[in-house]
Each structure stands twice: as structure tokens, then as C-alpha cells.
Design a protein around this ligand. Sequence first.
Ligand SMILES: Nc1nc2c(ncn2[C@@H]2O[C@H](COP(=O)(O)OP(=O)(O)O)[C@@H](O)[C@H]2O)c(=O)[nH]1
Ligand SMILES: [Mg+2]
Length: 203
Amino acid sequence: MAATGNKNINAKLVLLGDPGAGKSSLVLRFVKGQFVEFQESTIGAAFFSQTLAVNDATVKFEIWDTAGQERYHSLAPMYYRGAAAAIIVYDITNQASFDRAKKWVQELQAQGNPNMVMALAGNKADLLDDRKVAGFGLQEAQVYAQENGLFFMETSAKTATNVNDIFYEIAKRLPRVQPAQNPSGMVLTDRPAERAASATCCS
Ligand SMILES: Nc1nc2c(ncn2[C@@H]2O[C@H](COP(=O)(O)OP(=O)(O)O)[C@@H](O)[C@H]2O)c(=O)[nH]1
Ligand SMILES: [Mg+2]
């Protein structure tokens, strides 16, 4: 959950998606600014944290990078339960990974926190020539994301395209980061003047 102490927000974020889609690479790029061609596959899950400043708030992401293999599927709820945000990652050169991403979205819609901020990342955008997601992957993913209340970006952990941006967009959408619509309606204060007035009234 996004929890706040003033404007310091901790937000649990989970990455889900097929093995090989680039989840660990996106995290490595975001947290350390690095990319490796032969990223070791994740066993179980890995934890990272990174802080972003957004709209006068400081968002500390507590990031769970999951493995994605089917044999770890039963563990997934441990990571997405109570998460404030999820990034569902697919590989734009791999149709099966897009289909799998849709399954994760369904699972989160059914089992996840209803206020979860969900992002769909079409990763490996640097490999545009190999794009295979239904031949018109960009548009298909955009329509799918819109219909399902996700926001969507094509990313590349390799070139860093849209990597900080996707985390930044998530941070902006966390409920506590959005500027209050009607700030005065949220302020809970004692009103000594009023109490004093009523105490002297009508005695
Ligand atoms: N060209 C390209 N390769 C990537 C990108 N992201 C990840 N990879 C490669 O894809 C493979 C799988 O990445 P990894 O982060 O382990 O995927 P994960 O299983 O989803 O965590 C690795 O060899 C990465 O180097 C990207 O944006 N572009
Ligand atoms: Mg991984």
C-alpha cells in the first residue's frame, strides 16, 4: 500500500511478466542505471528500493522483481498482495509474452488491491524491427491498456527509453501524490475559536 508520513510515501511495487521479458533489466536500469546483455534469471524474487521526488512528495518504491516462471506462480500473490503498483512487462518481439501479460492483468484485477496503479510495459523497444506482437503490437497494446485502465509505455532497459518515465508516471498516479482536489475539505484541525464561542454562548 502507499503509506504516507507527511509527504514521504512508501509504495510497494511488483513486476510481473514472462521470464525473459526484461523485468530484472528494467529494475537494474531504474535502480542502478545499468544494463547487462546476459542478465541472470531471477530465482523466486528479488527486492530493490529506489526513491523519486514527484509533486513535492518523495516516493520510495519498494520493488519486488518476480521470477515469472510458472513454477513460482503460487508465490506471486505474496508479492502483489498489498502492492500499490504493478508493472506488467512483455517483450514486444514475443506474442506469447503479451498474451501472458494479459493473464497477469486479469489476475490482478481479480485478486489485487482494487486501487492498484497498473502499468503495461512493452519492453525491448530498441528491437523494433523484430516486433511480433500481432504485427501491429503498439496499437493493440494501446487499445488493450486503455480498455483495462492501465497506462502503457514501450520501454527499453537497453537504451533506457521510458524507464525512469514509467516509474515516474506510476509515482504521479499514487493516490497520496496527487494534489488534493479540495484541500480545505481534508484539513482536520481543532477549532478553538468556535469551541470558545459555543462555551460562552447561551449560559
Ligand atoms: N534488446 C534488449 N534486450 C533486453 C531488454 N531488456 C532485457 N533484455 C535482455 O533480455 C534478457 C532477459 O532479461 P531479464 O531482465 O532477465 O528478463 P526477466 O526474466 O523478465 O527478468 C536478457 O538477456 C536481457 O539482457 C531491452 O530493453 N532490450
Ligand atoms: Mg528476472
